[in-house]
Design a protein around this ligand. Structure first.
Ligand code: ZN
Length: 190
């Protein structure tokens, strides 16, 4: 308060200053409460955003699983398959028949499924779905014990039985033809 006299006249009294300080303190307190509320809100929003991101990740994961499962559960349709895909599928099927099926179930296959099976259309159709079911039972993400049991008890015996009839009529000439080939098989004389 060392100012000029007129300043001194305009200077508020100590009591007035005290009132102002008190008001400022109250404003500050209200402001702090607002800042706290905003901070709390932001924290809540961050949690919600985080939850949403997690939910989205889970939904995408489920969607991937579902589409993957859909794709693998569709039977191979040889009639409209592009040639390149057909070659790949025959090769994949041959790998399974010769390295898994023939190695693990030698007696089941014995004479029923001869090495010339790719020359027989019946064998391609039958073994392809049998292979897909086997893959689903043993490699599928949602398969259970019953799927493995069904494969052995319900699905594979019929295929082996039917193909044994097909192979019984198979000629020697057929067995000399290219194995695992993708050529269209000639009808075997009956
Ligand atoms: Zn044959």
């Amino acid at each position: 308060m060392t100012g000029l006299p007129q300043d001194h006249e305009r200077s508020p009294s100590v009591a007035a200053l005290a009132v102002q300080v008190n008001e400022l303190r109250r404003d500050l307190k209200a402001l702090k409460a607002k800042v706290d509320a905003v901070t709390r809100k932001q924290h809540e929003q961050a949690v919600v955003l985080n939850d949403m991101a997690e939910l989205r990740r889970q939904v995408e994961k489920i969607f991937d699983l579902v589409t993957e499962e859909d794709e693998s559960s569709r039977p191979w349709f040889w009639l409209t398959m592009p040639e390149r895909e057909r070659e790949e599928k025959v090769s994949e099927l041959t790998d399974w028949v010769e390295t898994v099926l023939r190695a693990q179930y030698p007696d089941y296959l014995a004479d029923q499924i001869r090495p010339c099976w790719p020359n027989h259309l019946e064998a391609r159709w039958e073994l392809s779905w049998l292979y897909q079911l086997w893959s689903a039972a043993y490699l599928g993400t949602r398969s259970g014990l019953k799927d493995a049991a069904d494969w052995h008890d319900r699905w594979s015996p019929g295929v082996f039985r039917r193909l044994s009839h097909v192979m019984a009529r198979c000629e020697r000439a057929c067995q000399r033809r290219r194995r695992g080939g993708i050529e269209e098989p000639r009808r075997v004389a009956r």
